[in-house]
Design a protein around this ligand. Sequence first.
Ligand code: HEM
Length: 417
Amino acid sequence: MNRRKVIALAGAGVVGAGAAAAGAAALTRDHEPATAGTSGAVDFYGERQAGIVTPAQDRLHFVAFDVVTKDRDRLVEMLREWTAAAARMAAGRDAGLIGAVGGIPEAPPDDTGEALGLPPSGLTLTIGFGPSLFRDADGVDRFGLAAQRPAALADLPRFPGDALDPKISGGDLCVQACANDPQVAVHAIRNLARIGFGTVSVRWSQLGFGRTSSTSTSQATPRNLFGFKDGTANLKAEEESLLREHLWVRPGDGPSWMEGGSYAVTRKIRMLVETWDRTSLAEQEAIVGRAKGSGAPLGGKDEFEEIDFTTKGADGQPAIPEVAHVRLAHPDQNGGVRLLRRGYNFVDGSDGLGRLDAGLFFISYQRDPHKQFVPVQTALARNDVMNEYIRHVSSGLFACPPGVREQGDFWGRTLFG
Ligand code: HEM
């Protein structure tokens, strides 16, 4: 259906009363056809949720919500409404059936309007459920879900050096919006928050610009705010057998509702860029373990070559120091575990002390965070020389269920039944 000519489904029972009264032809957002490239649409429906192995888009708006209702049916109803809106927005349409300007003048529009005229921009929306949805801080089983809580969703341990702010950590639900246009990502989150009013409230949210990883071999490796290529040794969409082993939840891993899903860990990591910028190039490279220009491992030549940790430098010492970031994070040092990293740079203005409030909003997806993220982060928190230049200030853990298969299916169906 041509979305410029979509006829508002007045009274169809799927829209609010004000919108239903409209009955007029709705104006929907102009967009280009879903072509390849950065402006086209990414399929919302599928076996897996989009936004995990989807080639990382350039912009992020991540939000964590608290559920404020006690009513399970109301929560499920909101998840259904969210799903319908998310599918429409991913296709480049308005969030609601009436649209930003198609309704009666007396009613608030069912889309906020700031994406009118913008293409789908590769928007993906990925939902996750936090540990507190299953049992709150007082141990209360709020929605009859406690028995369904996977062991993999047990709270993360405290790591040495953590400086976490609870106000920007945790959350009952999360939605990761990624797009190649920041306005499209923000529009999507804003409309979900609008639809969820009275059922959920925004707990915290984070904007990210500039992806800090590649999730496909077709992508060039971007750079983080330390100026280093980031995402070289990442899990990539094309590595299907590695994804089966390290990314997607399998039958037998835990409760069946998570089969085909994945777990997201978020860590907002402040980077003390002013201190870093006064560090010599050689020191920076020794901290990371890779050359700043090419991204090649120290002692090597090519960005994508296998790292040989036995290579010695001219001084007879390991070319990649024992406490370098890539050595400590490498699968060889961590029982073979891998992560799919999908983080973003952020700059949230300045901190009032003459420093940029900048860093990396780290996101990793994995089959079991306690077997993958936790050992890697434990090794890094203990020994990584990079710690002098970073602070972990927020943390989140979310179970991201399998994909929404088709219209009528909804986010959380496998959990809520
Ligand atoms: C601000 C914080 C961080 C910065 C600046 C950073 C930067 C980097 C850079 C430049 C690389 C090398 C390029 C690459 O292979 O992607 C790298 C690799 C890696 N990082 Fe980080 N990282 C940070 C935090 C983390 C955290 C919190 C984890 C997980 C707990 C992590 C896990 C990894 C892994 C698994 C690799 C690949 C290691 C390998 O197999 O060679 N990083 N990181």
